[in-house]
Write a protein that binds this ligand. Structure first.
Ligand code: MLC
Ligand code: AMP
Length: 492
């Protein structure tokens, strides 16, 4: 069953239940559905957008949810934009997806100044007083549903296309594995242009008839206070969020520490994913909250693949076993000191259809027998997998965001003072990795980290800015003229 169809069932089952809260108030499932119908009917003018793309630029809350649902009901593939991205990043997604319409919240319309697109439509951010009938044809499972932009080993972010079938499978797989029900409640503070925030948190909650409270953004203090005053059963975040929650807990007085820790007891499940969870963070979080984090592994292309169990032993440092409907295998395995390491390949109903308008990249990312090549290196013990690295040195994971060093190098080379550069990820306690660059300056020109960060701000998202800069006379190269990243790493 497609996601909008599933949500329409939730509306029948729990019409008066408050399922969504944002900074303006709380909404019943009926109000959310009515707003989505309003988007499809009044804003999109009852038109069928089957086969088209609609971009969505809305803050966390009713306008985002109704934009997503209303757009999907019109038959379009939805392309969420990040409200914190600079114009250059927004423009790339809007142009690459060739969206017919951008649904935009009135407060964010200025972000689109100067961006050429076919149409901008202001989206509603309160429910209509009266129901607005919209006779929609349910999208078919094979129709495109959602396109998310993710960085890869080539240049700029590319669109990952999920059909209604793969989207529905991702949702039902998690609802089943983590036993979501209408009794659940989750606090949402993750970005809404990536799988983790969109599917694992928001869509699973909406599909289960659970309650989702959406904050404008993550802030450790606000999240702790919400936990103290709210009634949530589920918590899901990237490791950086747990690190920041731990740091904040450590900074408060003893009485507040006790209050915060006690407020964690009503939760039934706390999940970490999108990047490696350091065992030290898992242990500190256990001491603070009493919960053993459930670590799981996934990708934008594959949805969630591996998970530690809801019931049963969760193994620190491991990401568990395949989720329902997913198959995995380790290929090109090689013995390392005390384990066998290979690339993880994945097969199953969660997997994406294609990279948007990139046939050869799509083809290259699958084997002939249709396993998706993740590029992640794993080891396995008793059926439990551990992520130990990546095949490519051009991918950085920082704060749970996947970042391409090639994309950053291409931007840095546009700087008037930079002649050569190489970007890599350095280990960092809070962000997992931070972005570092070694640069060779053009004759006698000078530049420092602050100036480069400032110069990068209108070109790249804030999580792609440099944290470390090293100015070098030359970069270590091999005989083919390729920078030796392993040598360079030693300099930092
Ligand atoms: C932000 N800052 C960083 C940074 N991110 N510095 C270094 N490295 C980074 N990665 C800096 C900003 O430039 C800013 O600096 C300051 O930190 C505050 O910025 P912020 O935007 O308020 O960030 P912060 O609170 O630090 O963000 C942490 C975070 C965020 C964890 C909330 O990174 C986040 O939302 N991550 C989630 C990403 C995600 O959803 N990934 C899932 C992908 S899907 P200044 O100087 O301006 O103050 C996927 C599949 C799967 O991976 O398995 O789930
Ligand atoms: P993205 O492209 O943003 O969806 O990121 C997917 C990548 O995040 C995967 O290929 C992994 O490298 C990484 N990842 C996700 N979950 C985990 C995890 N639990 N441990 C280690 N890496 C992870």
């Amino acid at each position: 069953m497609t996601f909008p169809e599933r949500f329409s069932e939730v509306v029948v089952d729990f019409p008066r239940k408050k399922i969504l809260t944002d900074k303006n108030g709380s909404y019943t499932s009926d109000e959310v559905f009515r707003t989505a119908q309003f988007v499809a009917a009044e804003i999109l003018n009852h038109q069928s957008f089957k086969g088209e793309r609609i971009c969505l630029l809305a803050p966390p809350g009713l306008s985002y949810v109704s934009g997503m649902l209303g757009g999907m009901m019109s038959g379009a593939m939805m392309v969420p934009l990040c409200i914190d991205h600079p114009k250059a990043e927004l423009e790339h997604v809007i142009e690459d997806s060739s969206a017919k319409i951008i649904l935009v919240h009135p407060d964010l319309i200025h972000l689109l100044d100067g961006i050429v697109c076919q149409k901008k439509k202001l989206i509603a951010d309160s429910p209509p007083k009266e129901p607005v009938p919209y006779n929609w044809d349910y999208p078919k499972p094979s129709d495109n549903a959602l396109m998310l932009y993710t960085s890869g080993t080539t240049g700029k972010p590319k669109g990952v296309v999920h059909t209604h079938a793969s989207l529905a499978s991702q949702i039902s797989c998690l609802v089943e594995a983590w036993e979501w029900t209408d009794e659940d409640s989750i606090l949402h503070f993750l970005p809404l242009h990536h799988t983790h925030g969109i599917i694992n948190k928001l869509f699973c909650a909406l599909s289960a008839g659970a309650h989702c409270e959406m904050l404008p953004k993550f802030d450790a203090k606000i999240v702790w206070e919400k936990i103290v005053n709210g009634k949530y059963s589920l918590f899901m975040a990237v490791p950086t969020v747990y690190s920041k929650m731990i740091s904040y807990w450590e900074s408060v007085g003893d009485t507040t520490k006790i209050k915060y820790s006690e407020s964690c007891s009503p939760f039934r499940l706390m999940v970490s994913g999108s990047a490696a969870l350091p065992v030290s963070v898992l242990e500190k979080w256990k001491t603070i909250s009493g919960h053993i984090l459930l670590e799981r592994y996934g990708m934008t292309e594959t949805g969630m693949v591996l998970s530690n169990p809801l019931q049963g032993e969760r193994i620190a440092g491991f990401v568990g076993k395949p989720l329902p409907g997913m198959e995995v295998r380790m290929v090109n395995a090689e013995e390392s000191s005390d384990s066998v390491i290979g690339e993880l390949e994945v097969r199953g109903a969660n997997i994406f259809k294609e990279y948007w308008k990139k046939n050869s990249e799509t083809k290259k990312s699958f084997t002939e027998d249709e396993w998706f090549k993740t590029g992640d290196l794993v080891t396995e013990v008793n059926g439990n997998y551990k992520i130990v690295g990546r095949l490519s040195t051009d991918i950085i994971k920082s704060g749970g965001y996947k970042i391409s060093s090639l994309e950053i190098e291409a931007v840095l080379l546009q700087h008037p003072a930079i002649g050569e550069c190489c970007v890599l990820g350095l280990p960092d306690e809070t962000y997992g990795e931070v972005i570092a660059a070694a640069v060779v300056l053009k004759n006698n020109l000078q530049v420092n980290l602050e100036e480069i960060r400032e110069w990068m701000k209108d070109k790249l998202a804030n999580y792609k800015l440099l944290t470390v800069l090293k100015i070098q006379d030359s970069l270590p190269m091999n005989s083919m003229g390729k920078v030796l990243k392993s040598e360079l790493r030693k300099l930092f």
